[in-house]
Design a protein around this ligand. Sequence first.
Ligand code: PEP
Length: 245
Amino acid sequence: MKYLFANWKMYLNFSESMILANQLATMSYDTEKIQLGLFPSTLAFTEVEKLFRGSPVCVGAQNVGWTPKGAYTGAVSAQMFKEAGATYALVGHSERRYIFGETNDDVKKKFDACLDVGIIPILCIGETKEDLEAGKREYRLKKQLMTVLEGVSKDAQFFVAYEPVWAIGTGEACDHLQAAEIHDVIKDELNTYTSQSIPVLYGGSVNDENVVFYLPHQSIDGFLVGSASAERDHVHSLLAAVLAA
Ligand code: PEP
């Protein structure tokens, strides 16, 4: 089983989201081999979720607030997303960390809030170009894991997405051999915190041409895809590539 998770970010307005969602709803693929997850904007979330309710396609939140309810202008809580049918939520996406200033502590609160309400958090981690050039890649990843996972129940269900910041939205995907090596490092590190087998996804400029290089690697359980996931033909070719592997 491979996971193909589509992070639509802020690429699609409401009607564009519904057009793409309806197109994807008519696609048939082997659901034993691939789990498709969609992460629409908050605006489109409830309608997309309604469309796929009861189907093998899961719908998730791009971001959550950690407090269930209250005076938090602009926020939508993990609890509200759960009530609206979310299976997953992204937490710690690098755009949240570096554009919106989220700290590791904020990411921890969001991660814990997801677990509390029964949403499976997808913890996004990744080094910056500066980390990479300074030889601090593993240090950064281990720190991001530690801040969030220390104290979490060993039975907790979650995913990790390895998304090098320099590879997101740049067209400069991480070499597949390097990515597979880093996934092994992450999986080793995860043994400190969990007794579960945690899926680790790769994200960063994945498209229908380069996805084939990552597919043979056992340590890469699937993909978190941004721009290539916001267009029907690309999603179709991504699904076809994963199924052909
Ligand atoms: C992402 O934002 O999670 C991502 C991987 O984006 P892109 O595929 O566009 O690099």
